[in-house]
Ligand binder design. Structure first.
Ligand SMILES: C[S@@+](CC[C@H](N)C(=O)[O-])C[C@H]1O[C@@H](n2cnc3c(N)ncnc32)[C@H](O)[C@@H]1O
Length: 542
């Protein structure tokens, strides 16, 4: 269960170690100055609380503090989006449709919002798992390298998708598609509006340091937007040029096809005509750059930083630029400090769960949810199949056996219960709250790699969440080899006893941080000193 993630391959200046009393933890592989950014980690899966569904985009997690988002999935009325691009991404890349009817039914189930958001997170994760598998299947046909998993579509990679779409120039090409595309300008305006509202500090107290960093963050994002605008202008210019060229080719093909169809009328049999129609369709598709999902299915998955999607209009310069980007694939970005890989379903499942410590009462509280969940998954064969696979993997892990081993003796029905409860515990121990500007928790998110940071009551770092990324900053100078940790709770001025009770009740562990151990020793040592003194006194008397 305590698998160590190898950060080495992404050149991340952090490593994961393990200790018996506190599990896995993060170690600095270089010095970090106070206030410097340590790392940015992408989110994996989310569970938004139903009553806030219209206030937050299901994909990019932009929060609408002023009003409600209007774009939604009409089938479930559960997923709301800040833009058509996010909606399209959810439906076409994140497999929203696989869990859509289940989300709808779950929204009508009467239970506490906390448990429902966990069930939602589980369903969304299963949909992501499917997207991972589709991607792996497609990719395995073409290439053989280990780095490509970072290209699996994830909610936190929506920006890459936006780029992909804008390059495809879909506004003009996909005229008959039922999907409308978000206007770039409104998308940007939306984003800019949200920037001020969306930077949330996950800890309760906000001191100057944090404000400074948040400001830095804002400035950076503003810069990014300015750059985006500039890029857009360049892109528009390029697109116009491309369109002209494409129209020319279109004209030529049209002429050719007209001639062909004329002679075809006279000469060719029905069968041959059909074949030629197919050929023409193919050509048209080629010209159109194809409908987006078809394109993404057929083409090599796009490089994250890929600038060009239309192979035909690439220039020498473009090629060079792409090659340069290509060589950077999957490397930790030293400018933004971002880990390129958010993790996949298994990375999430490798996180710690305290289910084994759950009391019968805690399990009983979940019984109603479990019964509902078991019925719910029967509504979808696909989800049900995925749950069965996941349950088998879960049992394998418990028994510490390999995937390929025969596990025909599993009582899947009984084990679903353990699997869901264990997942609930995992979410409780590892998810981060998503907060609105009124300090209300409106959902939860899992960033698998952020979950290796342990708690410390004397922390040296703090996290800041922005949309579906989490940024870690040094709150003091950190030396190479030191553990990096942040505070899961508010600790300022809180006594040892209260801190420990809080952590035990809400996070199910007894804190072993430096400060707690020191304070515990201080509590014990006066007694020890008294005892020793008495012994010494006795000896003297004798
Ligand atoms: C988010 S995870 C951190 C990574 C975890 N150590 C692991 O191996 O996956 C939180 C869990 O780590 C352990 N943990 C974190 N901080 C701790 C601390 N200060 N003392 C003891 N255990 C701690 C607890 O078991 C807690 O539930």
């Amino acid at each position: 269960m305590n698998e160590l993630v190898d950060f080495k391959k992404w050149n991340i200046p952090l490593k994961i170690e393990y200790a018996e009393n506190k599990g896995r933890y993060v170690i600095a592989k270089q010095n970090f100055q106070k206030d410097s950014r340590i790392v940015v980690i992408k989110g994996y899966s989310t569970g938004i609380i139903d009553s806030y569904k219209k206030k937050i985009c299901s994909v990019c997690l932009s929060i609408n503090n002023e009003g409600f988002y209007q774009i939604s999935c009409k089938s479930c009325n559960v997923a709301y989006y800040c833009s058509k691009v996010c909606q399209m991404y959810a439906e076409r890349k994140l497999n929203h449709n696989m869990v859509c009817p289940l989300l709808r039914r779950l929204s009508t189930f009467k239970s506490d919002i906390h448990s429902k958001s966990i069930m939602k997170l589980l369903l969304n994760s299963l949909a992501l798992r499917k997207s991972e598998e589709d991607f792996i299947l497609e990719k395995s046909k073409n290439e053989n390298n280990n780095e490509w998993l970072s290209l699996v579509p994830l909610p936190s990679d929506i920006e890459e998708y936006e780029k992909e779409i804008s390059k495809l120039n879909v506004e003009n090409e996909v005229q008959n598609d039922d999907i409308e595309f978000g206007d770039d300008k409104s998308l940007e305006a939306d984003e800019i509006n949200n920037i001020n509202d969306n930077i949330q500090d996950i800890s309760l107290d906000s001191d100057n340091d944090k404000e400074i960093n948040i400001k830095k963050e804002k400035d950076e994002i503003d810069k990014k937007h300015k750059k985006k605008e500039k890029d857009k202008k360049v892109k528009d210019k390029d697109d116009k040029k491309d369109k002209k060229e494409r129209n020319k080719v279109k004209e030529k093909i049209k002429e050719k096809d007209e001639k062909k169809s004329k002679s075809r009328k006279d000469k060719k049999s029905k069968k041959i005509r059909k074949e030629e129609d197919n050929e023409q369709e193919e050509k048209e598709k080629e010209l159109k750059g194809e409908e987006i999902d078809e394109k993404s299915k057929k083409e090599k998955p796009k490089h994250k930083h890929s600038k060009h999607n239309n192979e035909n209009i690439k220039t020498e310069e473009n090629n060079e630029e792409e090659e340069e980007n290509e060589s950077n694939t999957d490397k930790y970005d030293i400018i933004t400090n971002t880990i390129p890989y958010a993790g996949v379903y298994q990375d999430m499942m490798n996180l710690q769960s305290h289910y084994e410590e759950w009391t019968d009462d805690m399990k009983k509280e979940w019984q109603k949810n479990i019964n509902f969940f078991k019925k719910l998954i029967q509504d979808s064969k696909e989800v049900n199949d995925y749950i069965i696979i996941a349950v088998k993997e879960y049992v394998n892990k418990k028994r510490n056996i390999q995937e390929s081993d025969n596990i025909s003796d599993i009582d899947v029905n009984a084990e679903i219960e353990n699997y869901v409860l264990s997942f609930a515990s995992l979410v409780e121990s590892n998810s981060f709250g998503i907060w609105n500007n009124k300090g209300k928790c409106i959902g939860r998110i899992i960033y698998p790699f952020a979950s290796y940071f342990n708690h410390s009551c004397r922390n040296n770092c703090y996290p800041v969440q922005y949309k579906n990324h989490i940024y870690f900053y040094a709150s003091k100078d950190i030396q190479e080899g030191e553990e990096i940790n942040f505070s899961y709770i508010d600790t300022e001025g809180v006594s040892l006893k209260d801190r420990q009770v809080h952590l035990l009740n809400d996070y199910y562990f007894k804190c072993q941080c430096e400060l707690c151990l020191e304070e515990e020793n201080e509590l014990i040592s006066p007694i020890n000193t008294k005892k020793n003194q008495k012994k010494k006194d006795k000896k003297k008397k004798n």
